[in-house]
Design a protein. Structure first.
Length: 714
């Protein structure tokens, strides 16, 4: 369907509230609007009674449970603020196990006498809501008849106002638990993991001589990739509508990749969309910073500045929602799928992760003083140990059906988890491990056990884009997340496994210190032992290469290629032990997640297979038959052979796919493995024939918009 007929939208038509945006002089600082719709600390200070404000802040700083007596006062202030901003309703917003965001709206207003209404919102309503838990997947924790679930206010993630052309809504970030207290969401384990990491890190810092730090926070700075396509193409592609990705489509001719895209200027309509999205995000307090074109045509990236893991994770959900909403105002659809177009780069989400103290120091920053460096090496060694021990779980934390087209496909990191330390840091660890410096290492490294460490110069510019887990100067960058993913679980995993490793190293340090060892020497010995035991996971070469796959296997690293291969790691002994020990998720809670994720994979694979059959049978096959008829009419029999062969191939593939799609009821992993090995495999054959047909069928007979139409927005 080569009808290049992109919407000819003019600037005035672009945005439903384009006028409002145009009227705002964004060069004026007062129109920056950062946090304008957030019940922020500043708003709380202004609106809460002094003692209530102080108590609330103390709660937030200390990570202590909230004093329920504060709730009424906070609810009253929040309501007044929301009403002034035009809110009529409020919602407890939460993240069920689907990874998306859920909300149920309640009106502030209740009928009062004489036909009037009264706006009410109590502390109880702020603290707790009661949505129907059985409407969300619980992996067997809740049966339909045990519907009761609770949402609980999370005061550490600020409430905000969501605007709609027809009104506004007060959104209260909440956690979601079952009546029996099991976590049914992504936030509860994330908060628990942050507590766990804080406890372990503070304990270790005490041993390392830090008497001040009361709390350690983990931070996340995500980088989000996405595609934009014209809305009309989206509606002409049943596969995009049903599955978020194209199930058919021949690669565009070579050369298009060189379209100056990556370094090129951003098309005006796209930039207008970005600016409006960013304005919306600023109002919500999301600190967006960077925007640019990405490698593939029609692919872009947006990156906020890092925040605490919990707030950053909530903001990431809002960011994805905002991109999707605002795109529609510009005649675009924003595709967050990991692989919308086969043969074209997919979309990931880099997860920059670090740990910082309440005094503001970053524990993964090498720093200028020997003491800072001792801390740094200790925590860095703990991260290496954690990643090595739980490599399978980390892989599982980024598993979904979309990712199976990306990880290991020469564009994203492989399915093998390894760490890139960078030349400088690797040299330091190697020197510590061998007790000898190489010729380029400063002389004072030579007797690390007995001398103080010099400053560690870290080259922030040293990059290895192929590594799934890279040290980047003052943080680790977990690069294997998929673009559609919530940040919550991967960060829950990072925090939990880091807490465990920090405790392990801290116990060893304590033993050495009480055995009379001196401070830098004791830490250096521990760092050395841990690094030597775990260095198999460190790799600085090309992760895309064949040789690495062979070498990784020799090193005994896991290579879990597909989602069904990876998910059992969620229930491995080492996962259950760590998650139970740190009270992040019980075995039952882990089992529920495993069940939900396995089922989601199977359901999505099944939808893809059904959709693939429907499109190939009712749209593509008829196009092939018409082409044959056309050739017959023209009587050019020399042209017939190739088309007939491809049509036969397609018909054969369709018959196999039809059989594969007709299967008895199955459950759990059996179902997922069946879907992968039978349905997705049969789909691949159907696609191969269809994509070849696309190249020989008359353009005006082809029923789907082609890649080259969809991918070149102007
Ligand atoms: P790139 O990886 O594309 O080179 P940058 O180096 O600019 O990008 O940074 C990427 C991300 O790292 C940004 O979102 C930034 O906010 C985040 N970041 C920086 N410091 C930290 C930190 N201490 N914790 C978590 N994320 C951080
Ligand atoms: Mg990055």
């Amino acid at each position: 369907m080569s009808r290049i007929r992109q919407q000819n939208v003019t600037a005035a038509q672009w945005s439903s509230n384009g006028e409002a945006l145009g009227a705002l002089d964004l060069t004026q600082p007062e129109n920056n609007l950062f946090g304008a719709n957030v019940f922020s600390v500043a708003v709380q200070r202004e609106r809460l009674p002094g003692d209530v404000f102080e108590k609330l802040q103390a709660t937030l700083r200390g990570g202590e449970p909230l004093d329920a007596s504060l709730a009424d006062a906070v609810a009253e202030a929040m309501k007044e603020w929301a009403l002034e901003k035009g809110a009529t309703h409020y919602t407890h917003m939460f993240q069920p196990l689907t990874g998306s965001t859920a909300e149920k709206h309640d009106s502030f207003f209740e009928p009062a006498g004489e036909g009037g209404t009264l706006a009410g919102f109590s502390g109880k309503e702020l603290i707790q809501g009661e949505p129907d838990a059985s409407s969300f997947p619980t992996g067997g924790i809740r049966a339909t008849f045990e519907a009761r679930g609770y949402t609980a206010w999370d005061p550490t993630s600020p409430a905000f106002i969501l605007e709609n052309p027809n009104g506004t809504l007060l959104c209260i970030p909440t956690a979601f638990a079952s009546w029996t207290g099991e976590a049914l969401d992504a936030k509860i384990p994330l908060l628990r993991s942050m507590d766990a990491l804080s406890r372990s890190a503070v304990k270790a810092l005490r041993l390392l001589g830090d008497e001040e730090t009361q709390r350690v926070f983990t931070t996340v700075g995500p980088e989000q990739e996405y595609f934009l396509i014209d809305e009309q193409y989206f509606y002409e592609r049943p596969d995009l509508i049903a599955t978020g990705r194209t199930l058919f489509g021949a690669k565009p001719p070579k050369g298009h990749e060189l379209d100056d895209h990556y370094f090129g200027s951003i098309p005006e309509r796209v930039l207008a969309f970005m600016m409006e999205s960013e304005l919306e995000m600023r109002k919500l307090g999301i600190p967006v910073k960077t925007r640019h074109n990405e490698v593939a045509p029609a692919q872009y990236e947006i990156a906020p500045i890092f925040e605490s893991s919990n707030v950053g994770s909530d903001h990431q959900q809002l960011l994805m929602q905002t991109l999707e909403n605002v795109a529609r105002r510009y005649g675009f659809v924003c595709l967050l799928h990991e692989k919308p177009f086969a043969g074209v780069n997919g979309s990931g989400k880099h997860n920059n992760w670090s740990m910082g103290t309440d005094a503001g120091s970053n524990l993964l920053n090498p720093g200028d003083t020997p003491a800072d460096n001792i801390h740094f090496l200790f925590f860095c060694a703990a991260v290496i140990q954690a990643v090595n021990k739980h490599q399978g779980l980390l892989r599982a934390s980024v598993a979904n059906i979309g990712q199976d087209h990306r990880l290991g496909a020469n564009e994203a990191p492989p399915a093998i988890i390894s760490i890139f330390l960078g030349a400088e840091l690797e040299k330091v660890f190697e020197a510590i491990a061998s007790g000898e410096g190489d010729p380029n290492t400063p002389a004072s490294f030579l007797h690390l056990g007995t001398t103080v460490l010099p400053p560690l110069p870290m080259d922030g510019g040293d990059r290895n884009r192929t590594s799934p887990f890279a040290f980047t100067g003052n943080k680790f960058e977990f690069r294997a997340l998929g673009s559609s993913m919530s940040l919550a679980f991967p960060n829950t995993v990072l925090n939990t496994i880091a807490a465990e490793a920090i405790d392990d190293l801290a116990d060893k340090l304590e033993a050495k210190l009480s055995g009379g060892a001196g401070m830098p020497e004791a830490v250096m010995e521990i760092v050395k032992d841990s690094y030597l035991a775990n260095k198999a996971v460190c790799f600085s070469g090309d992760n895309y290469s064949e040789e690495w796959h062979a070498e990784a296997e020799q090193r005994g690293l896991k290579n879990l290629k597909t989602t069904p291969d990876a998910l059992p790691e969620v229930l491995s002994d080492s996962t259950v032990a760590a998650f139970e020990e740190y009270n992040v998720l019980s075995k039952r809670e882990l089992e529920s997640r495993y069940e939900v994720w396995v089922e989601q994979y199977a359901i999505r694979a099944n939808i893809e297979a059904e959709e693939s059959y429907a499109i190939a049978q009712t749209m593509i096959l008829p196009a092939g038959l018409r082409q044959l008829a056309l050739i017959g009419e023209a009587g050019v029999s020399a042209l017939e052979g190739e088309v007939r062969e491809l049509v036969d191939e397609l018909v054969g593939g369709l018959s196999t796919l039809k059989d594969a799609n007709d299967y008895p009821d199955m459950e759990g992993m059996d179902w997922a493995v069946y879907a992968r090995d039978r349905q997705l495999a049969a789909m691949a054959d159907v696609r191969e024939a269809a994509d070849k047909l696309e190249k020989v069928v008359a353009d005006d007979l082809w029923p789907l918009p082609k890649y080259e139409e969809m991918l070149f927005i102007k």
